[in-house]
Design a protein around this ligand. Structure first.
Ligand SMILES: Nc1ncnc2c1ncn2[C@@H]1O[C@H](COP(=O)(O)OP(=O)(O)OP(=O)(O)O)[C@@H](O)[C@H]1O
Ligand SMILES: [Mg+2]
Length: 482
């Protein structure tokens, strides 16, 4: 996974390399031509100086010229030739004066010919005699023709070896080379560090994504930068959060569902088995026994009823939980509503030898609450039913309400067995019963309070319980008041 990093490094390096090499080539060519131009200019000046000296010193013979140019040539480390219009060499600093006639005619030299026609001729060439490169600058001059000799002089040619130019250029070239190499190495080092810095978050991201792909959904991408990479990392984390939440919710739902199914089939089995048992006994002959037949039929009937109630509750709760519960909210008079509940539940209370009473505040008749009366009736039935079932013989159940600031609080209190604190938060769960045996005895499945909780929450409210074991319990909730 080092690919992106080496790409970045290589790009930087190649770019710098190209730039450095191009600059090196251009500048070394430029430098060479600069030195040569300067040399040519100084040789031109020297040619002018020589012609001036010859003119000013009123030289009369060639030998005098010869010794003059030899002095200057030695001083300047150049070669000076004095040439006539037809190309004959009159004097040459590199040739002894007595050998001058042996020097070959110079008319054929390119620089001489150019100087004849254009005034100045410049040629760079290797000297056949010494094997070194020379710069030849020839200048046409016209002296005051005081003597024949002066009249004959036509060209002054200066030749200088290019060794020094080469030396200078090479020196600068090697400085350039070292500088270029230093720049390259520096860029390489910087780009290695930089590419690490740039690629690290990307590589980190890629690694994390790979881990996530392999199923480590709890993994989070480290957010190292505030740039686009950081943005991607953050988005990825958000996405993971959502996926995990969804998975969690699905798992919970799945667990919930299988638990529910298990509970339901378990709860259904009991009344069905009992029903089967009584009917079988009756069929096996008990039907003809007048001592028991009525009793068994009565029991079979009550189990069938219980089965029916249970199915009703199950349908109810599944409707509520799947969100199919249709609510219809209205204002209704609270006292009248509670009196109806008491009237309806009165026979049940009586059966259990429980006193069921209502207790209302002053001006109770005027108080109205806002809610779904049908559903609230179901709530009250369940609460009162519990208060009767989990009461003591000759106990009491009181249904009451209180006017709060903007609400009506409805309460169901009993003098029953109470609920220990550790059970209180759990009694609203489906199928949760504090004492399974006692509940089953009284026909409870543990769905009542779950339904109550759902309905009260659909009213935007909360169901509360306060209870002291052995003393009694109070269930209460609030409704919006008008
Ligand atoms: N007033 C109360 N006093 C004491 N315990 C109570 C009271 N109300 C509820 N409980 C406890 O809470 C449990 C759950 O109540 P819930 O109404 O949900 O179920 P249930 O009455 O057992 O069955 P169902 O209401 O489905 O017939 C009960 O089994 C009981 O243990
Ligand atoms: Mg109940």
């Amino acid at each position: 996974m080092k690919k992106i990093r080496s790409k970045i490094t290589l790009t930087y390096f190649v770019l710098t390399f190209v730039v450095v090499v191009a600059l090196g080539i251009i500048s070394s060519v430029k430098i060479e031509s600069y030195f040569q131009v300067r040399l040519v200019a100084s040789l031109e000046t020297l040619a002018n100086v020589v012609s001036l000296i010859i003119q000013e010193e009123s030289i009369v013979d060639a030998e005098q010229i010869d010794s003059r140019i030899k002095t200057i040539a030695e001083l300047e480390t150049v070669r000076i030739s004095v040439i006539s219009a037809d190309g004959t060499v009159i004097a040459d600093s590199d040739v002894p004066f007595d050998k001058i006639t042996e020097v070959e005619n110079h008319f054929g030299r390119a620089e001489v010919r150019t100087a004849m026609s254009e005034g100045t001729g410049v040629v760079k060439r290797e000297s056949a005699t010494v094997g070194r490169e020379f710069m030849y600058v020839a200048r046409r001059i016209s002296l005051d023709p005081e003597t024949d000799l002066l009249a004959a002089i036509h060209i002054i040619r200066i030749a200088a070896p290019l060794d020094e130019v080469h030396r200078n250029v090479n020196e600068i070239r090697s400085i350039l080379f070292i500088a270029g190499l230093t720049v390259l190495l520096l860029v390489l080092a910087v780009s290695i560090v930089l590419s690490k810095k740039i690629s690290e978050p990307i590589v980190g991201l890629a690694n994390s994504v790979e881990e996530i792909r392999q199923g480590k959904l709890e993994k989070r991408v480290e957010i190292r930068t505030n740039d686009e990479v950081g943005m991607v990392a953050r988005t990825l984390n958000d996405l993971l959060e959502k996926v995990n939440t969804d998975i969690g919710r699905m798992k919970k739902l799945e667990k919930f569902r299988s638990e529910f199914l298990g509970n339901v089939s378990h709860e259904l089995r009991t009344p069905i088995f009992s029903l089967q048992g009584y009917i079988e006994t009756l069929l096996d002959g008990a039907i003809d026994d007048p001592d028991v037949n009525r009793d068994f039929l009565q029991k079979a009937y009550s189990h069938a009823t219980r089965l029916n109630n249970l199915l009703g509750d199950l349908i109810n709760i599944s409707q509520i939980e799947s969100g199919e519960m249709k609510m219809s909210f209205h204002n209704f008079p609270v006292k009248e509503f509670l009196e109806n509940v008491i009237r309806e539940m009165h026979p049940v209370a009586e059966q259990h030898h429980i006193v069921l009473r209502g207790r209302y505040p002053v001006h109770a008749d005027a108080v109205q609450a806002y809610g779904d009366k049908q559903r609230l009736l179901q709530v009250m039935r369940n609460l009162v039913d519990n208060s009767i079932k989990y009461n003591k013989p000759y106990g009491e159940v009181i249904v009451s309400f209180e006017r709060k600031k903007e609400a009506v609080q409805i309460l169901v209190s009993d003098t029953g067995i109470g609920i220990a604190e550790e059970h209180q938060p759990r009694i609203f769960e489906r199928f949760y019963r504090v004492d399974r045996d006692r509940s089953r005895e009284v026909g409870g499945t543990g769905l009542g309070l779950a339904i109550v909780k759902h309905i009260i929450e659909a009213h935007g409210s909360k169901i509360n319980v306060t209870s002291t074991p052995g003393k009694g319990s109070t269930f209460s909730f609030e409704l919006k008041a008008v």
